[in-house]
Design a protein around this ligand. Structure first.
Ligand code: HEC
Length: 123
């Protein structure tokens, strides 16, 4: 019975989309809708642990490499020193028509960060 109660999906709590000029609320909406927190916050046994968006989630890649999600907090060890332009450019690099995805060879850097999925958003 506990299993059923603990795994029942919560009822959706639909909210109006914030206005784009409300940058804090709109940013929160975008990050939530895009699921950034899921990879960029560590979790144990299905619960978030540590600071939200502080990164450190480990992903074991098939070739034995471990990749860790980055710290996205405003701290200097996160992306606190990035300008808005740098942040947007990091994503837009993958929307550039000269970017072509390539086959990753064993040992190459690879990422599960869905760069290309987010690259086409309107800014
Ligand atoms: C499927 C897991 C996953 C999701 C979802 C995800 N990320 Fe990432 N992200 C990663 C990993 C792993 C890295 C480190 C590897 C890399 O840079 O590609 C990373 C790197 C980054 C970086 C680079 C930081 C640096 O210091 O270079 C930024 C910025 C970033 N993510 C932002 C976001 C945002 C914003 C979202 C939501 C729109 C998001 N990520 C969603 C896994 C994820």
């Amino acid at each position: 019975m506990n299993l059923i109660l603990n795994t029942m999906p919560e009822k959706a709590n639909l909210q109006p989309i914030p206005y784009r000029n409300n940058i804090i609320e709109y940013g929160r909406y975008m990050a939530t809708a895009s699921g950034c927190i899921d990879c960029h916050t560590r979790h144990e046994k299905g619960k978030f642990v540590g600071e939200f968006y502080a990164g450190g989630t480990e992903f074991n890649l098939s070739d034995g490499l471990i990749i860790r999600s980055s710290n996205l907090t405003p701290h200097e060890t996160g992306i606190g020193t990035w300008t808005k332009e740098q942040f947007v450019a990091r994503f837009k690099a993958y929307a550039d028509s000269v970017y072509t995805p390539h086959m990753v060879q064993t040992g190459d850097f690879q990422s599960i960060m869905p760069w290309t999925m987010y690259a086409y958003g309107k800014v």
